[in-house]
Design a protein around this ligand. Structure first.
Ligand code: SF4
Ligand code: URA
Length: 193
C-alpha cells in the first residue's frame, strides 16, 4: 500500500527501530503544511518537543519562527521535520546508527510532500541530506540540486542562540532563500510587511 500522511504517521508512532524510541515521551513526526513547497529539516527533538510531540516548540523554535517571519514564512507555509523523531538523551547529537535507522521516515515524508526546496537546519541535517562531508561553517547558504529539489543549509537556530555573531550571515542566507523561493515556489506567498 502506498503511504498516506495518516498511515505514515501512525506507523512512525509505533517505531522502535533504534534505542531512542525507548526514551521518548512523544514521537515528533513533523508539523506544518502537508502541501507546502518548502521543507525545513532539523536535527531531533529537545525537551519541549519531546513533551509536546511537535518540532521546534522550545527556545530554538521561537527563533526559527522569527527567522521564517523575516522572509514572509510561517508554519502554515512550510513543513518542518527532523532527522530523528525521538529525543536523544541530554540533547546529544544523534548517533550515526540512530540517524540511519530513522532516515527512512524522513524519506517517506519527503516523498509524500515532494517539496521544491529543502532547508537543512544545522550540520547534522546537512550531512544527512546533502553530503556526509558537509561543512556548515564553509557551506551554509550554498545551493545543491538533488532529484529536482533545491537544497541549502543554514546555521541551526540553537547555534544562533549560542553565537549571535553568526546571525548576520544567516540573515543573508535567509534573504537568498526568499529570493530562490520567489523564483521556484509559485504557490507560496513570501511577501513581508
Ligand atoms: Fe524509530 Fe526514529 Fe524513534 Fe529511532 S528515533 S525509534 S528510528 S522513530
Ligand atoms: N532542534 C531541532 O533540531 N529540532 C527540534 O525539533 C527542536 C530543536
Amino acid at each position: 500500500m502506498p503511504d498516506t500522511w495518516e498511515t505514515l504517521e501512525r506507523e512512525c508512532n509505533g517505531c522502535r527501530a533504534c534505542p531512542l524510541g525507548a526514551g521518548r515521551q512523544h514521537l515528533v513526526f513533523g508539523d506544518g503544511s502537508r502541501t507546502a513547497e518548502i521543507m525545513f529539516i532539523g536535527e531531533g527533538p529537545g525537551q519541549r518537543e519531546d513533551e509536546q510531540g511537535l518540532p521546534f516548540v522550545g527556545p530554538a523554535g521561537q527563533l526559527l519562527n522569527d527567522m521564517m517571519e523575516i522572509i514572509g514564512l510561517d508554519r502554515s507555509k512550510v513543513y518542518i521535520a527532523n532527522i530523528v523523531k525521538c529525543r536523544p538523551p541530554g540533547n546529544r547529537d544523534p548517533l550515526n546508527t540512530e540517524r540511519d535507522a530513522c532516515l527512512p521516515w524522513l524519506r517517506r515524508q519527503t516523498a509524500l510532500l515532494r517539496p521544491k526546496m529543502i532547508v537543512c537546519l544545522g550540520r547534522i541535517a546537512a550531512q544527512a541530506v546533502i553530503k556526509p562531508e558537509f561543512r556548515i561553517t564553509k557551506e551554509h547558504g550554498h545551493w545543491f540540486r538533488k532529484a529536482g529539489v533545491w537544497i541549502t543549509a543554514i546555521y541551526h537556530p540553537s547555534a544562533l542562540l549560542r553565537d549571535v555573531y553568526k546571525r548576520p550571515e544567516t540573515f543573508v542566507d535567509l534573504k537568498a532563500i526568499q529570493a530562490k523561493a520567489r523564483e521556484i515556489c509559485e504557490r507560496t506567498d513570501l511577501s513581508t510587511p
